[in-house]
Design a protein around this ligand. Sequence first.
Ligand code: SF4
Length: 592
Amino acid sequence: MVGHVDPQRNLYTCDNQYLKFVGEDTFYGFLARHRPELFRDDDFVSLYTQNNGRMSVPPSILAKALLLQSHDRVSDEEAADRARFDIRWKVALGIGIDDQPFVKSTLQAFRARLVLHQVEQAIFQRSIDAAKGSGLLASRKLKVALDTTPIFGKGAVKDTYNLLADGIRQLVRALALLSGQAPEVWAREHDLTRYWGTSIKGEAEIDWDNAAARQAFLDGIVVDAERLLAVAERVRAGYPPDSAESGRIDEAARLLKQLLVQDVERTTEGKAVLKGGVAPDRVPSVTDPQMRHGRKNASRKFTGHKGAIAVDTESGVITAAGVLAGNAPDRTDALELVQETRRNTGCEVAKVIGDCAYGDGATRRVFKEHGCELVVKVPRGGKPGYYAKGDFKIDLEHDCVTCPAGQTTRKWKLKKVRRGVRGECVAVKQFEFAAERCRGCAHYRQCVSSKLGKGRSVVLHPEEGLLQEARAYQETAAFREDTKLRQTVEHRLARLVQLGIRKARYFGRHKTRWQLLLAAAVANLVLVAAWESATGTSPGLGTFSFSLLLQLTFFLLLVPNLIGEVKRRQHLVFPASVRGRVPQIPGFRPDF
Ligand code: SF4
């Protein structure tokens, strides 16, 4: 059952005694001052059984502990320790100096509840609500900037030999579980013991400089994998196709098959050899099969996922966050981030600003169809030192192209090009200028790279109209102002990296998204705290004076309880010499 924080506030909780000592303007002080507005226990009631079981640790305390954990970048164990003896955490959580609010497993179980019930968005949403309540994120048409950053996966990345061995172990575990045996025993019975060492490659006593020895070693692993897959198929046939047991075997077998297909191929003689290059969508880790090889740019590679965020450029508030596959283009689910921004903030999105990674024709088309203006620079393109397509005047209405020398052509033919994420084949127009006219042109060397004396050709984009609009807009002052706003998202990504988002703490994209959302919530709340400190506003309670009024009312209602509490504990507050002589109410610390 869900536990609740006692609404009768205790005089001796740390937020009452040490708030000024810790600092009201710190993140800890902010959480302490806004404890009731930020999280209520009833917000999490759906995560608990309603009518039986022990009373839980109040979820509002655990939610704040998760924020503190992300803010301080500490482990679960350290978080439990800090809640026990770090005065800053005690102030933020609003607990007593000798309270031990939770142990490590309580925090882990609460996090698991949030993720399993798919309410991980709740904590992030509260940070946006706080930004709106404080006036930092005012209701208006938003300009939103999008960008992504690499997140290194938590799973172990291994070479092909050890990766296949991991895949074999995974399938053995699934089969052993169904047979009720320990995996090591099952493996021994099926002659797979050698996969239960620390590293099959490290333990193999072969000459790695000898190609034949390497070949025999790889052959042995592939034969074992194929033999195991055949056993798995026989076992799976004994269960109904839609049963949990069948699903478990299927999942492990599918992964092992994928590892074999992506890295190994058979020669015409039937020998298994390593494939050259990296297969598209290669799985580099068995412990986190959702990790992918990605690259931030031509030279920077990484293995893991991509964090994608949307940021309100005026306030810097992160309005939506998601995690993509490491090899997904940045533009993947860009519209989803914008729609999530609308849902989370309740505001309209007027403009979306991104870098060139969001500027392909299909993305521009999708945004236009959803009534969203996408501001992305169109790359100049073309070979360096030569006229680019942007130097030609393309008249779509009259179906002609005019070159920098003033020559116009209406001659075109259809050309097939690959476009889009999946590289679909589409037919586009290719306008051609007459070779004899180009060869006599003074601009020939700047315009045509062919050594065969051909004329210049210009290939239109499937979304050429949209690109023309974008090219025209990027010549305006408004475009330059818009693109300056894009740096906000880079600053917010840098803040998230400070909060530890560069490295995934958990396996899988779903839990990594949880980590990203929590870091984004902390980043937003720190902004709100700074805004509040600068303007004297308070999230969810309007002006500071109104907040003060509420606190005063609360204090007056509690006076009778407080008097009783002081009577019971006056030996802790007042020295023996003055005890009994101190007037009841004036006896409180004046700065309380
Ligand atoms: S080379 Fe041909 S296309 Fe290029 S500027 Fe000269 S005439 Fe125009």
